[in-house]
Design a protein around this ligand. Structure first.
Ligand code: OSB
Ligand code: MG
Length: 369
C-alpha cells in the first residue's frame, strides 16, 4: 500500500465518571485520532493512547501530536509499504514514542484489513470470536462508592474486578472488598505507587487471594519486581515496564512477572503486540488486554488484539457506555450478560467511525500529505 495522507485530529471527550489512579484523576480525555488514506482512497483509523500529561509514561497528547506531525507521518506518507506489518520498520529511526507510532501503525492495519474486506482480528491472526471482559475501577471518593460500583459491574456480567490502589487506599480497601465479595476474581493495580520498602504491605495482601498485583513498583523497573516476587505469593503482573518483546523476555527470565497486561500503545501497535504475545505464550505466561480509557477507535483495536491466542484472562476492555455518553463509533462496544465482547464480523476494526460526531468534537486537525 502507499499511504497518501495522514490526518491528525484532537478530540475532547468528557468521561461519564472521573477515573483516578495513583498518578492522578482524569475527567476529560484529549484524544488524538489518526486517519490514513491510500492511493486508492481506502481509509484506516487509529487512536493514540497517550494521556493528558506525562504521568502514566513519558508520552502525552502534545508530544504525540508533534512527533507524529514532524517525524512519523513523513516517514510513511508517499512511501510504498509492503504490508501493515512493515509500518513499524518505516518508523524505526524514531526511538521510543511508541504510543505515537501505534496510532499510525494501527491505522495502517485497519486500512489494510478493510481493503482486503477482512475483519482486522482475523487479519492479525486472532483465534477467538469473543473476548472476556473485566473492569478497572479507579480510586473513588469513599469505599462505599467503590463497593456500589463493584456490585453494579458484577450484576452486568463482568468476569473480573480490578481496583486501583495507592497509599491510603490499599490494604483496608482490599480487605473491605474481599469481605463483601469473598469469591470474585479480584486484582489490584498500583500504577507504580510503591517501592521495595513496602514489601510488608504486599505480604499482607497475600491473604486476600488476589489474581495478581499489577505494577506495584517503579514504571521503569524490572529487577526490583523480581525481588518483590521472591517475597510474596500473589503473582505480579507488569504493565508500565513492558515496552517490547525483549522487555517481556527479560521480565519473564527474572521471574519479575507471571502475567502480562498488554497494551497496544505501550508496545507500539499490532505487530509489536503480536511479538510480546508470542514470547508470553512460549513461556506459559498468561496475557490480558489492558485499556487506556480509549474512545471506540482504540477500543475496537484492543478487541482485535485480545483475540490472539495468548489472551487467556479477562481484560480491561469494557463497554463504551462505561466511559462515554456517546461513543464516536457505530455501533458502540457492548458487553454480554456473561461478560464477553463479540469480535465484529465487518472489515477492518469492524465499527464505523462516526465522522459527524468526530467533527463536532474536533478541536484541531492537520493533514500531512
Ligand atoms: O494502568 O491499566 C492502567 C487507565 C489509564 C492509564 C493506565 C491504566 C488505566 C486503566 C483503565 O486501568 C483501563 C480502562 O478501563 O481503559
Ligand atoms: Mg495498569
Amino acid at each position: 500500500m502507499t499511504i497518501t495522507a495522514v490526518e491528525l485530529r484532537e478530540i475532547r471527550l468528557p468521561l461519564v465518571h472521573f477515573f483516578e489512579t495513583s498518578f492522578g484523576r482524569t475527567t476529560e480525555r484529549r484524544i488524538l485520532l489518526v486517519r490514513v488514506t491510500d492511493k486508492h482512497g481506502a481509509e484506516g483509523w487509529g487512536e493514540c493512547t497517550a494521556g493528558e500529561g506525562p504521568f502514566y509514561c513519558e508520552e502525552w497528547t502534545e508530544t504525540a501530536w508533534t512527533t507524529i506531525k514532524t517525524f512519523l507521518a513523513p516517514m510513511v506518507v508517499g512511501k510504498e509499504i509492503v504490508s501493515a506489518a512493515d509500518t513499524w520498520e518505516r518508523m524505526r529511526a524514531v526511538r521510543g514514542n511508541r504510543m505515537a507510532k501505534a496510532a499510525i501503525e494501527t491505522a495502517c492495519w485497519d486500512l489494510e484489513a478493510r481493503a482486503l474486506g477482512r475483519p482486522l482480528w482475523k487479519h492479525i491472526g486472532g483465534v477467538r470470536g469473543e473476548i472476556s471482559s473485566g473492569v478497572s475501577l479507579g480510586v473513588q471518593n469513599t469505599p462505599e462508592e467503590l463497593i456500589e460500583k463493584i456490585e453494579k459491574e458484577l450484576a452486568a456480567g463482568y468476569q473480573r474486578i480490578k481496583i486501583k490502589i495507592k497509599p491510603e487506599w490499599d490494604l483496608q480497601i482490599i480487605a473491605q472488598v474481599r469481605d463483601k465479595f469473598p469469591d470474585i476474581r479480584l486484582m489490584a493495580d498500583a500504577n507504580s505507587a510503591y517501592t521495595l520498602a513496602d514489601v510488608a504491605l504486599f505480604k499482607e495482601m497475600d491473604q486476600y487471594n488476589l489474581m495478581m498485583i499489577e505494577q506495584p513498583l517503579a514504571h521503569d523497573d524490572i529487577f526490583d519486581h523480581a525481588e518483590l516476587q521472591k517475597q510474596i505469593v500473589t503473582s505480579i503482573c507488569l504493565d508500565e515496564s513492558i515496552h517490547s518483546s525483549a522487555d517481556a523476555r527479560h521480565a519473564i527470565q527474572l521471574d519479575a512477572t507471571r502475567i502480562i497486561n498488554l497494551k497496544l500503545g505501550r508496545v507500539g501497535g499490532h505487530a509489536q503486540a503480536k511479538k510480546v504475545e508470542r514470547v508470553c505464550r512460549e513461556n506459559n505466561i498468561a496475557v490480558w488486554g489492558g485499556g487506556m480509557l480509549e474512545s471506540g477507535i482504540g477500543r475496537a483495536h484492543n478487541i482485535a488484539m485480545a483475540t490472539l491466542e495468548g489472551f487467556t484472562l479477562p481484560g480491561d476492555v469494557s463497554a463504551s457506555a462505561r466511559y462515554w455518553q456517546e461513543d464516536i463509533i457505530d455501533p458502540p462496544v457492548t458487553v454480554s450478560t456473561s461478560g464477553t465482547i463479540t469480535a465484529p464480523g465487518g472489515p477492518g476494526i469492524g465499527f464505523e467511525a462516526n465522522l459527524a460526531r468526530i467533527d463536532k468534537l474536533t478541536v484541531r486537525k492537520e493533514m500531512i500529505s
